[in-house]
Design a protein around this ligand. Structure first.
Ligand code: NAD
Length: 297
């Protein structure tokens, strides 16, 4: 058997098209575009690449995005003041603060300061709490991207056994909660998990978010399982691979995401989808215009 390839690039193009239409509808109704502000402190090179990718998608779908570039020596008070100002700004619907921050600035301060109404990457304790309670919430975009791939390919989760490798706050943990809401039976494995293969071989859906090149081998996968690879690893000699040994595992799995071209292309799209949703909610639309409610119970 050779697995169906779950093509993240194609899905990303589809959703960008949907968002373009949605943003146009918003503009017609409100007279202005949804607004996004990306805050960068200190000009980290990797976050520059990430910022340009977000700006490109924002431009394509019609979201008004701008970057607030702050010098590396910006104080915590100055950063906090900017975030408070953006919280109040009526034309800013989503705020993202690029990581990593310079060492003297705390990620916790940022998460505590950005208002949950504009926290479109779901980093704040308020967003995490809402997700935990099954209330509508903004979701960490990578975890949201994984669920979007499963939903759009009609991969049912109710009653299925899902095994997640990785327990980070941005991927593994929120994903576990989102999949529980879809009635899956979820196991979360991590660096201290013993006998990983016994667990992974039980998975109907196996999700790898570890950051170790080709950690998941064909022997670790139950024949017919769906395999989602979140990992992005740069090899010493160049080239990018996921956490899954794609060529071997595709012969065992029923469906699999490639790397690159799987989860990655959807992450920023999900961020912008949540920005558009934030704009609708801020304009008084209490319904879930884009169907992003966290609660599926
Ligand atoms: P992280 O370093 O915060 O967490 C890694 C997790 O893997 C930890 O919970 C750790 O306990 C677990 N782990 C380590 N070794 C393990 C092992 N042998 N078996 C099982 N679990 C093990 O990483 P993260 O931020 O969650 O990212 C994970 C991967 O996903 C990275 O490769 C990252 O580049 C990638 N990523 C991709 C996107 C995207 O857009 N596609 C976004 C975020 C992260």
């Amino acid at each position: 058997m050779s697995a169906t390839i779950l093509d993240g690039r194609a899905l990303s193009a589809t959703i960008r098209g949907e968002l373009r239409t949605e943003v146009e509808r918003f503009r017609e109704k409100q007279g202005y575009a949804p607004g996004l502000v990306i805050v960068r402190v200190g000009g980290d090179a990797a976050s520059g690449v990430y910022t340009r990718a977000i700006l490109r998608i924002a431009g394509e779908i019609g979201v008004q995005a701008r970057v607030e570039e702050l010098p590396a020596l910006t104080s915590a008070d100055e950063l906090r003041a900017l975030l408070l100002q953006l919280n109040e700004d009526q034309r800013t619907h989503g705020i993202i603060v690029q990581m990593p921050l310079p060492a003297h600035l705390s990620q916790k301060m940022v998460a505590d300061t950005v208002t949950p109404a504009k926290d479109i990457d779901g980093i704040s304790p308020g967003s995490a709490g809402n997700l935990f309670l099954g209330l509508p919430s903004f979701l960490p975009s990578t975890a949201a991207a994984v669920v979007e791939i499963l939903d759009r390919h009609h991969i049912t989760l109710a009653g299925k056994r899902v095994v997640i490798l990785g327990r980070s706050n941005v991927v593994g943990k929120p994903l576990a909660l989102m999949l529980l809401q879809r009635h899956a039976t979820v196991s979360v494995c991590h660096s201290r998990t013993r006998d990983l293969t016994t667990l992974t071989r039980q998975a109907d859906v196996l999700i790898a978010a570890v950051g170790r090149p080709r950690l998941v081998t064909a022997e670790m996968v139950r024949p017919g399982a769906v395999v989602i690879d979140v990992g992005i690893n740069t090899l010493p000699g160049g080239g990018i691979v996921g956490d899954v040994d794609f060529e071997a595992v595709r012969e065992v799995a029923s469906a699999i995401t490639p790397t690159p071209g799987g989860v990655g292309p959807l992450t920023n799209v999900m961020l912008l989808k949540q920005c558009v949703r934030a704009a609708w909610l801020a304009s008084g639309h209490s319904e879930e215009p884009l169907g992003l409610s966290a609660s599926q119970a």
